[in-house]
Write a protein of this length. Structure first.
Length: 392
């Protein structure tokens, strides 16, 4: 069974550098490795100083690289479907058409085809490991959410397995009409739909796919990393490692960097509080850009010596949100602790739990701002926190 490791984070944090270093390391350890970039702003060719194309190219022993051209994938494999989807829907007015496109049909569509390409390559079973250098956070998220939206759409409009389509009858006013696709297109759409479900299953399979977050110890980036983590958790993806890039080395000693080092320490501590339950790797700030195999070797030697680094580093989800009655329940796994020393408070964005030396900040969705903690109790090793809506 192959492995997939996805590197994600804000633009410029070091996703490509981290992903490429992992790919080089795994190929040197003898694994057939494929590194894939789904970022429209590809730079695998820059970092490996090699021409990299739309199909996998061998760039060093046991290492293949591929820069996915999402438009090419879409046109090539799914062009007819795309056309029929947009032709199928006829709107009464332009505004409704725009709204509908915004919510359902097209956001992140190209990106999705990149992921389908990865699944196709995974299914060929020729690589031991596929490393994905992903598009920046925002795009990745809309993409990971997409199958859920699509499945809603498919289940409402095209119940799988039924040739005779159920015609959509809106409860309120009819704001758009659907032209029935011909039988062949319908089959194509059903096939695509099934593929997307399998795609989602693949990326949510904790034994196969790990998501690794790349961040920088700076306020805005750490905030975004937290948000990203929360959403990935919410959607059931397995985040099992964090990379803090551009850490100023201790040996750098001048006035200007003294302040910066103090700031970095503060945010590294915060990262520790949030992600302390999974491995955190520090990558130092080098005096030059990371380029070529030499640059990647430096990262490998300095930061990626953990011999388990390609394994699944954490499998159990440590917190779970559930709707409960009119409120919510947050269940947090806190094993092996003296449960009498619990301290807990709620900030604007996080729930902070202290248990002796143990501290965790759990980023919570915006919607939780309307709720307050009404009670908390331990059930075995799980702390259950109950939220009720604030009465204004
Ligand atoms: N630890 C580092 N030290 C020095 N330069 C770095 C480091 N990490 C990344 N860079 C440089 O920063 C730029 C952005 O890195 P990159 O890996 O392309 O980020 P991303 O893929 O997230 O946009 C590149 O020029 C890269 O060489
Ligand atoms: Mg990049």
């Amino acid at each position: 069974m192959g492995r997939i490791i996805v590197f994600t984070g804000k633009g410029g944090v070091g996703k490509t550098s981290a992903a490429a270093a992992h790919a080089l390391k795994s190929s040197k350890e003898g694994m057939n490795t494929l590194i894939v970039s789904t970022d429209m702003a590809h730079n695998l060719s820059d970092i490996f100083v090699k021409d990299i194309h739309k199909e996998p190219t061998e760039i060093s022993p046991k290492l293949w690289a591929l820069e996915i051209d999402a438009n090419y994938e879409m046109e090539n494999s799914y062009g007819t479907i795309q056309k029929s989807i947009s032709n199928m829907i006829k709107f009464d007015n332009e505004k409704d058409a725009e709204t509908f496109e915004d919510i359902v049909v097209f956001p992140g569509m190209e990106e999705l085809f990149s992921l389908l390409k990865i699944k196709e390559l995974y299914d060929k079973n020729i690589y031991d490991i596929i490393i994905v250098d992903c598009a920046p956070t925002g795009e990745t998220l809309s993409l990971l959410k997409f199958p859920e939206l699509l499945s809603w759409y498919m289940e409402n409009f095209f119940p799988v397995g039924r040739i005779a389509m159920k015609v959509f009858r809106p409860v309120g006013k009819a704001f758009f009409k659907i032209e029935l696709p011909d039988k062949d297109t319908l089959n194509d759409i059903e096939k695509l739909y099934l593929k997307l479900l399998q795609l989602q299953q693949l990326f949510k399979d904790n034994e196969i796919c790990s998501i690794r977050l790349v961040t920088i110890p700076e306020k805005m980036i750490v905030e975004e990393t937290k948000r990203n983590y929360m959403y990935l958790n919410l959607y059931g993806f397995n985040v099992d490692g964090v990379y803090i890039n551009r850490v100023i080395p201790e040996s750098v000693d001048n006035h200007f960097f003294k302040e910066w080092k103090a700031i970095q320490k503060k945010y590294m501590k915060e990262i520790q509080a949030i992600f302390g339950n999974m491995p955190i790797y520090n990558i130092k700030w080098y005096e030059v850009d990371v380029v070529g195999l030499d640059g990647l070797e430096r990262i490998i030697n300095d930061s990626l010596q953990d011999k388990n680094i390609f394994k699944v580093l954490k499998q159990k989800s440590d917190e779970r949100f559930e709707k409960e009655g009119k409120g919510y329940k947050l269940e947090v796994y806190i094993p092996f602790t003296d449960k009498s020393k619990l301290d807990m408070y709620q900030s604007d964005t996080d729930i902070i739990i202290r248990l002796g030396n143990f501290k965790r900040s759990i980023p919570v969705p915006d919607v939780m701002k309307k709720y307050f903690i009404s009670k908390a109790k331990f059930v075995d090793d799980h702390l259950c926190i109950y939220f009720e809506e604030k009465v204004s």
